[in-house]
Design a protein around this ligand. Structure first.
Ligand code: GLU
Length: 502
């Protein structure tokens, strides 16, 4: 295959009809979600249509529930579709298993026009042919026996009920040039191509036929798919030509690689199978959809060398096929954490509070949005995932905390000194009518001075006593929110622990 990268891409001006065509063979992963995102952006940018088509003709690989997961994941990511199996549309049905008559009719049409033929070869014969080819060190391919049958004989055998497939009659001479919008022209010698099966003996089509027929009938203007389809791209172009149809713009995007840059992104990798690769799994782990969209958008596309923070409306405005990068992209999960932090920080406080409620509830902490609202400003700058919010501020909603007595000992201090610091803090707080941040801070700083301690030493003890943890939201504000009574309870409990650690 020779490639001749050109500068074909241009901004699309007329409304694009773009389809996301997943096979329901498992959970929707981030690679599929990225394809869907680029489809969606192109459709919205051009005020065209984003179509979902379910490619479910391979019944052996069909996974129950996969289609529902696709809808859920795309909805969560904020990509609404205009046409699809669930919402219908002018080209329904959108599930290939409901369109089998259409493919059969089109395959027969190709036989009629001399671009395809019935093949009656048994699997045993094909296996023998393949073995012989291997022995001769030839590439495995169909040897063309049935291609040479005369059409009367073929029709008779078919009508007599002999099992058969329909194969594409790939031209043996000449070359085929296919044009990819980001890779330029790709030219192959037809002699290197096989007579691919279009329709199987069970009457069901393979991808090569079904996808081409549907893309044409559904008036798809841009086909965005991964580079895994490049080897059969010439066949697809030949099928379009055989039907006499106008081709869509073809875009073969890079595949996603494992974080190491080695190998196609696998479902689980790294020691301990570290990262989530399904959007709905990311949702479960406390990522916000805005961050996932931002992260996905940059896996094979860039705007310029500087801008990285995008929300959907920016992407709709800025996306362009011309900026797609044909080289494979390694998935960078720390980048996702980074984006998640950025997007969490950019949320309105009420919005963040409402997204946090279910995370706290999932951790058995009964909270309301109103209760969370004063806490969100304290943690918004400090969390990278929604679940970190629970880790960091769950203590607000627990009746008691369980500090580690060792951690209650201040830095470079003895247990006795630490206990004394706690007891003086308790006295001080008892003198307050209500804990107001400003005066509380002043008083505690004064106390640190009196005790000849650094502020950090005293605050460190108090932090562990009040929150049960070393890392927490800002101490003084935390104490203000928890209030005098609870703070005194926790400080007293900490003092007991220091005196008699169990
Ligand atoms: N069903 C195909 C797949 O999941 C779709 C490829 C395409 O977008 O044409 O790989």
């Amino acid at each position: 295959m020779s490639s001749n990268a050109g500068t074909l891409p241009a901004r699309v001006n007329s409304p694009a009809r773009v389809r996301f065509a997943p096979s329901p063979t498992g959970r929707l992963h981030i690679g599929g979600a990225r394809t869907a995102l680029y489809d969606y952006l192109l459709a919205r940018q051009t005020e065209g249509a984003f179509v979902i088509r379910i490619e479910d003709t391979d019944r052996k690989r069909y996974v129950q529930g996969a289609e529902e997961e696709i809808y859920k994941a795309l909805s969560w990511l904020g990509m609404e579709w205009n046409e699809g199996p669930d919402v219908g549309g002018p080209f329904a049905p959108y599930r290939q298993s409901e369109r089998t008559d259409i493919y059969l009719e089109h395959a027969e049409q190709l036989v009629e026009s001399g671009h395809a033929y019935y093949c009656f070869c048994t699997t045993e014969r094909l296996a023998t042919v393949r073995k012989e080819q291997q022995a001769r060190k030839e590439a495995p391919r169909y040897d063309g026996l049935c291609r040479r049958l005369n059409s009367d004989e073929a029709h008779n055998r078919k009508h007599a009920g002999e099992a058969h497939v329909i194969r594409f009659k790939t031209p043996r001479q000449g070359k085929t040039t296919s044009v990819d919008e980001i890779r330029g022209e790709i030219t192959v010698e037809n002699a290197t191509l096989d007579d691919y099966i279009l329709l199987k003996s069970d009457g069901l089509p393979v991808y090569h036929l079904a996808a081409m027929v549907d893309d044409h009938l559904m008036e798809i203007t841009h086909v965005l798919r991964t580079s895994e389809w490049l080897p059969t791209f010439p066949l697809h172009v030949l099928i379009y030509k055989a039907f006499g149809w106008e081709q869509p713009a073809w875009v073969h995007m890079s595949v996603l690689l494992n974080p190491s840059g080695k190998g196609k992104l696998s479902k689980r990798h790294g020691s301990g199978g570290a990262h989530a690769v399904y959007p709905l799994e990311l949702k479960e782990s406390g990522y916000v959809p805005e961050a996932v969209v931002n992260w996905l958008s940059l896996m094979g596309w860039s705007y310029d060398d500087r801008t990285e923070f995008f929300i959907m409306p920016d992407l709709i405005g800025k996306f362009s096929l011309a900026k797609l990068n044909p080289s494979p992209a390694a998935v960078n999960f720390s980048k996702l954490d980074h984006f998640n932090g950025l997007h969490i920080r950019s949320l309105k406080q009420e919005d963040l509070a409402s997204r946090l409620v279910p995370r706290f509830r999932a951790a058995d902490l009964e909270v309301t949005e109103d209760e969370l609202r004063p806490i969100t400003p304290l943690i918004q700058e400090r969390i990278r995932t929604l679940d970190e919010a629970v880790e960091m501020s769950g203590f607000f909603f627990r009746n008691t905390v369980q500090p580690d007595p060792q951690q209650l000992i201040g830095k470079n201090m003895s247990p006795v000194e630490s206990a004394a610091a706690l007891s003086r803090s308790i006295d001080l707080i008892q003198g307050f009518e209500r804990l107001a941040a400003e005066s509380l801070e002043l008083a505690l700083r004064g106390l640190a001075d009196d005790l000849d301690l650094k502020v950090g030493q005293l605050f460190g003890i108090l932090r562990v006593a009040v929150t049960g943890q070393r890392v927490s939201p800002p101490l003084i504000e935390t104490m203000e929110i928890l209030g005098k009574e609870l703070i005194l309870q926790r400080l007293n409990r900490a003092a007991e622990l220091l005196e008699s650690p169990e």
